[in-house]
Design a protein around this ligand. Structure first.
Ligand code: OOG
Ligand code: NI
Length: 456
């Protein structure tokens, strides 16, 4: 009898990404349209650009590539999510505080679970932006509301014992036999399905008045995938094609502008998903049907990862664009998004060089170096950005909310940082810059070894 097949973490990750995508396509039909259009855009881009189209990832990787977003309520839930993703070889990377990322602030802190090894990213780069409610933040929640939220969150179970036991086994043993893998994938997918359980109307509305994100996280007894994002090779083309199909996108592409130089970091855009039917339990115990609009569609294009210096230049450019746009808007109430893009492009032209070689020479972007087997010396390859941007993330959250909520600016926020997040996770939190630097160092060491020279 043949030995039963065994699924390694990357195979669990790839299968989970597919299973979640199938589930989400049934729940949110506009997502399927987005996938169709993304495939068209990518196929056309490859036809037009040939081998160059694959400099930042093979077309096989990009076609399967997704990121998801989920939101949980407590450190316990966060540590459980870490176990489920740990089974799939996804590690927590980066700390994002979205409570004061510009004017659009939401009461959450976040990390991203993703593979960290180059070979693992190439096999399947599935990543999940994972946010956690900060109930202790007095700018959003009074002490009384915090206590009731904590009671509500403490009484629910998002991830059952069977799922967690399988996750722990997969992590300890480096995978699962086929039958257990199937069960793990079924339970993990179900944990992120939209629940049909009636929502307590008074509780949901009370939280919504403070923050729509707080209601989405703490107003219901389950969690759900909030969005699933495909990657495209030309996001401007995708934006135009979606609008042509009658799907209204948010008015801007977040992140760097379109310009003539190399694409860096991440550009993202989104559209509001349709209202989804949900049942509510009213204060008199009556069950009524209504709808909620909390989920949406998002798409992204990924560019070259920036070094700390490159990132500082990016952050300064974002501030400069904001200030210039605010001044222009004050002079002209008819100021448009197209005009803002013009300003952004001008700032970009004086901030970043227009060639990859200069980006590498000025140490603004990350690149690996490999010895060319044909003997033509050392070849430089850009490293793709695998992470997120706090400013864009807050913008994506905010642009899809029904209301701004009410924030008490007279109160102090609660300190949360990367160490706090690591404690909540019960795991090391990886620094994205360290991961990119490590990748470069390893490529240099290998190249030096091949050439028989001292890497220094
Ligand atoms: C997460 C928003 C952030 C991104 O791509 O920056 C995000 C959320 O809405 O839960 O997904
Ligand atoms: Ni997203």
């Amino acid at each position: 009898m043949p030995a039963p097949a065994f699924l390694e973490p990357w195979q669990l990750r790839a299968a989970f990404a597919r299973s979640l995508s199938d589930m989400y396509g049934k729940e949110v039909p506009a997502y399927t349209t987005l996938l169709d259009v993304s495939h068209e855009v990518n196929a056309d881009f490859v036809t037009q650009h040939g081998a160059d189209a694959e400099r930042l990832g093979s077309i096989a990787r990009v076609t399967a590539e997704r990121h998801g977003a989920i939101r949980v309520g407590t450190p316990t839930e966060m540590s459980q999510v870490a176990r489920v993703f740990g089974a799939m070889g996804m590690r927590p990377v980066g700390f994002y505080d979205l409570r004061d990322a510009s004017s659009s602030s939401v009461p959450v802190i976040s990390t991203a679970f993703r593979p960290i090894e180059r070979s693992e990213l190439a096999r399947n780069p599935f990543r999940v932006f994972t946010s956690m409610l900060v109930t202790a933040d007095r700018r959003f929640f009074t002490a009384d509301l915090e206590r009731r939220l904590e009671n509500f969150l403490g009484a629910r179970t998002l991830f059952g014992p069977d799922l967690l036991a399988l996750a722990d086994r997969a992590e300890a043993e480096g995978g699962l036999p086929e039958d257990q893998a199937a069960e793990f994938l079924r339970l993990a997918t179900a944990a992120f399905e939209l629940s049909a359980e009636p929502v307590d109307q008074a509780w949901y509305r009370e939280l919504e008045a403070v923050s729509a994100v707080a209601a989405d996280i703490g107003g219901i007894a389950s969690t759900h995938i909030n969005h699933l994002t495909p990657r495209v090779l030309d996001i401007d083309d995708l934006y135009a094609r979606m609008e042509a199909r009658g799907i209204t996108m948010i008015d801007a592409i977040q992140g760097p502008p379109r310009w003539e130089g190399p694409d860096v970091l991440l550009r993202q855009t989104s559209f509001r998903a349709l209202a989804e039917p949900r049942t509510f339990r009213t204060a008199d115990g009556e069950i009524i049907s209504d709808s909620l609009r909390v989920r949406f569609g998002e798409v992204e294009a990924r560019g070259i990862a920036l070094t700390r210096a490159g990132r500082a230049a990016y952050d300064a450019a974002v501030v400069e664009i904001d200030e210039a746009a605010a001044a222009a808007r004050a002079d002209d109430p008819g100021f448009t998004e197209a005009q803002r893009q013009e300003i952004a492009r001008a700032v970009w032209q004086k901030t970043f060089p227009t060639t990859e070689a200069a980006l590498a020479d000025q140490e603004l972007g990350w690149f690996t170096y490999e010895v060319d087997p044909a003997g033509a010396g050392v070849v430089r390859q850009p490293i793709v950005y695998e992470d997120f941007l706090p400013r864009s993330a807050a913008g994506i959250f905010q642009s899809n909310l029904t209301s701004d909520g009410a924030k008490d600016a007279s109160q102090e926020g609660t300190d949360r940082d990367a160490d706090w997040m690591a404690g909540a996770l019960g795991r090391d939190l990886n620094d994205p810059f360290d991961l990119y630097a490590d990748q470069v160092a390893r490529s240099l060491a290998t190249a030096a070894e091949t050439l028989g020279v001292d890497p220094a």
